[in-house]
Design a binder for this molecule. Structure first.
Ligand code: MLC
Ligand code: AMP
Length: 513
C-alpha cells in the first residue's frame, strides 16, 4: 500500500541531490538533507511521547524555518497540526486549546506563562517553547533524537490539520483537512502554475493560514524549489530578494505596498515568472497599476480554509488570459457552481451563492456535526458563503463564461489585510462593556488593508462611554488586527422594518470616515 502521508507526497518532489539549498533566510541556508534530518528529529520526539492516534499539536510561534520543520514533523509522525495566529491573545488561545484539546502545545517563550495556563486547563500534557532564533525547549528536547524517520503510514482521508476559522456566530470552527485534501490541491497547483525545480519562491506570508502554510510552502516543497524565507512582509527585503526570485505570493496588501515603492520596477522583477494574489479581493486598480509598472499580470486565485484552492486565473496563456477582477476558472478536478437560494444553477452573468465539491474539500468542522451539516447541501456541495457570478463583465469588458468573479459575501465577514474578522465576535465583546446598549461592527474601504474594521456603538441612556478605554479593552482581549481602527458613538442603529440592523447604511455613512 502506498503511503498517502502528505509529507511523503511532498518529499517525492525533493531533488535527488539533497545537498542543494531548500530554504534560505537572511542569516542561514538549509539543504534538503537538513529539512529531512531536522524534521525527522522532531518527528522522533513527537513519536516518543506515545500519543493516541489523531492527537493534535497546537502551535503558536513566530515564523522561522524551525516552525516549518515542526509542521513537517507533525505530518511525518501522523499527528494533526493546528496552527494559531501569533496575534491571538489569551482568551482566544484558551478557546482554541479548550476546543481542540491538543496533546502538545508549542508556543513562544515570551507567552509561556499564559499559554501554559491555558494548556493546563485544556488537559495538555506537553508544552514546549520555540523561538525564531532557534532556541526553546522543543529543539532542546529533539536534539538527541535520531536524524532518520520512517513517515507514519496515513490514508488519504486521515486528518492532517485543523484550521480555525471564525464564524458568523462569533464562535470559531476548526476546519478538518486530510492528507488527501492537501496533497490533491498541492498536486493540482503544481501542474496548473507550472512549478519548476529551478523556481525560487519569495515566502513572506505568515504560516498559520492556508495561504502561507499550504499554498506557498507546499508548492515549493513539491517542486523541490528553493524558498527565500522571510519572517513577514518587508518591502526593503522584498526589493533586495526579488531580483533572484521567480515566484511570489501575497494578499493584495503586499502588492499595494510594493507599488507604493518607486524602486519597485521591471528590473527588480526581471526573473519573476509569477506573482499570485489571493485571500481577499484584488482591486482592478492594483491589477492594472501592477501591469503598467512591471509588465506582468498578477494571477488572482480564490480559496478558503475549508477547501484550500478552488479557482485560479490561467498561468499558461494557452488556457486563457488573466482577467483582473475575476478569480479565474475552476481548478482541474474542482467543481464550482453558482446557485440561487433554492439551489438552482445560475446562468452566466447572474449572481448567486458559490458552492464547491472536490477532493480538496474538507470533511467537516471539528466536533461540530450540526454546523457541518448546515454548511453542506444534501448532495454534498459545500456552501462557501461567497457570492459570485460566472462571466459577466470586468473592467468594462466581457468576461468569458468559465471565469468566476466574487462579488460579495452572504456571511457577515470583513477581510482586513487578508485576515478574516467576523463582526459578531467583536460585537459580543463590545456589548458586554459597561454602559453599552448595542453595537454594530462593519468593514469600510481601506487603502492598505482593503477593508478596515469600524465599530458603531450606542450607549445606554445616561451612560458616558470612553472610546479610548474601550479600544484599550479590546486590544487586551483580541488579536490586534481585529481591533476596530475607529469606534463611533451614535444615538441609534439604523434598522429595517424587520428590526435588522442595516449594516449597508452604516457602511455608506462611515466609508470615508
Ligand atoms: C497588522 N495590522 C492590521 C493587519 N495586520 N490591521 C488590520 N488588518 C491586518 N491584516 C495592524 C496591527 O494591528 C498593528 O496595529 C499594526 O498593523 C502593525 O502590525 P504589524 O504586524 O507590524 O503589521 P504588518 O507587518 O504591516 O502586517 C500587515 C500585513 C499582515 C498585511 C503584512 O497583516 C499580513 O501578512 N497579512 C497576510 C494575512 C494572510 O496570510 N492571510 C491568508 C489567510 S488564508 P497596532 O495599532 O496594534 O499597532 C485565506 C485563504 C486564501 O484567506 O484564500 O488564501
Ligand atoms: P479563510 O476563511 O481565512 O480561509 O478565508 C476565505 C475567504 O477569503 C473566502 O471565503 C473568500 O471570502 C475570501 N477570498 C479568498 N480569496 C479571495 C479572492 N481572490 N477574492 C475575493 N475573496 C477571496
Amino acid at each position: 500500500m502506498s503511503n498517502a502521508n502528505l509529507y511523503t507526497v511532498l518529499a517525492s518532489g525533493f531533488p535527488a541531490d539533497r545537498s542543494q539549498i531548500a530554504l534560505e533566510t537572511p542569516e542561514l541556508l538549509y539543504t534538503w538533507d537538513d529539512i529531512d534530518h531536522a524534521s525527522a528529529c522532531l518527528a522522533n520526539l513527537l513519536t516518543s511521547l506515545n500519543l493516541p492516534e489523531g492527537s493534535r499539536v497546537a502551535v503558536q510561534v513566530e515564523k522561522s524555518p524551525e516552525a516549518l520543520l515542526l509542521y513537517l514533523a507533525t505530518l511525518r509522525a501522523g499527528l494533526v497540526y493546528l496552527p494559531l495566529n501569533t496575534a491571538y491573545r489569551e482568551s482566544e488561545i484558551s478557546y482554541f486549546l479548550g476546543d481542540a484539546e491538543p496533546a502538545v502545545v508549542v508556543c513562544s517563550s515570551k507567552n509561556l506563562s499564559w499559554v501554559s495556563k491555558a494548556a493546563a486547563q485544556a488537559g495538555t500534557a506537553h508544552v514546549y517553547t520555540l523561538d525564531e532564533d532557534r532556541t526553546g525547549t522543543l529543539l532542546h528536547a529533539a536534539a538527541g533524537q535520531s536524524r532518520s524517520f520512517k513517515d507514519v503510514v496515513r490514508k488519504a482521508d486521515d486528518l492532517a490539520a485543523i484550521l480555525y476559522t471564525s464564524g458568523t456566530t462569533g464562535r470559531s470552527k476548526g476546519a478538518m483537512l486530510s492528507h488527501g485534501n492537501l496533497a490533491s490541491n498541492a498536486q493540482v497547483l503544481h501542474r496548473y502554475w507550472g512549478w519548476r525545480s529551478d523556481d525560487v519562491l519569495l515566502h513572506m506570508l505568515p504560516i498559520f493560514h492556508v495561504h502561507g502554510l499550504f499554498v506557498a510552502s507546499h508548492g515549493a516543497l513539491l517542486a523541490g524549489a528553493r524558498m527565500i524565507w522571510l519572517p513577514k512582509l518587508d518591502v526593503e527585503q522584498a526589493l533586495h530578494y526579488l531580483p533572484r526570485c521567480t515566484v511570489m505570493m501575497g494578499v493584495p496588501t503586499y502588492y499595494v505596498r510594493l507599488l507604493a515603492e518607486a524602486r519597485f520596477n521591471r528590473k527588480v522583477c526581471a526573473r519573476m515568472r509569477l506573482f499570485i494574489s489571493g485571500s481577499a479581493p484584488l482591486l482592478m486598480e492594483t491589477f492594472n497599476d501592477f501591469r503598467e509598472r512591471t509588465g506582468q499580470s498578477i494571477l488572482e486565485r480564490y480559496g478558503m480554509s475549508e477547501t484550500v484552492m478552488l479557482t485560479s486565473n490561467p498561468y499558461d496563456a494557452a488556457d486563457g488570459e488573466r482577467r483582473g477582477g475575476t478569480v479565474g476558472k475552476a481548478l482541474p478536478g474542482v467543481q464550482v457552481r453558482v446557485v440561487d437560494d433554492n439551489g438552482v444553477e445560475q446562468g452566466a452573468g447572474d449572481i448567486g451563492n458559490v458552492q464547491v465539491r472536490g477532493p480538496n474539500v474538507f470533511s467537516g468542522y471539528w466536533r461540530m456535526p450540526e454546523k457541518t451539516r448546515e454548511e453542506f447541501t444534501s448532495d454534498g456541495w459545500f456552501r462557501t458563503g461567497d457570492v459570485g457570478r460566472w462571466g459577466g463583465e470586468s473592467g468594462g469588458a466581457a468576461v468569458p463564461d468559465d471565469y468566476l468573479s466574487i462579488v460579495g459575501r452572504s456571511k457577515d465577514l470583513i477581510i482586513s489585510g487578508g485576515y478574516n474578522v467576523y463582526p459578531k465576535e467583536i460585537e459580543l465583546i463590545i456589548d458586554e462593556m459597561p454602559g453599552v446598549m448595542e453595537s454594530a461592527v462593519i468593514g469600510v474601504p481601506h487603502p492598505d488593508f482593503g477593508e478596515a474594521v469600524v465599530a458603531v456603538v450606542v450607549a445606554r441612556e445616561g451612560a458616558a462611554l470612553d472610546v479610548a478605554a474601550m479600544q484599550a479593552e479590546l486590544k487586551s482581549r483580541i488579536a490586534n488586527f481585529k481591533v476596530p481602527k475607529q469606534l463611533h458613538l451614535i444615538d441609534q442603529l439604523p434598522r429595517n422594518t424587520m428590526g435588522k440592523v442595516q449594516k449597508n447604511v452604516l457602511r455608506e455613512s462611515y466609508k470615508t470616515a
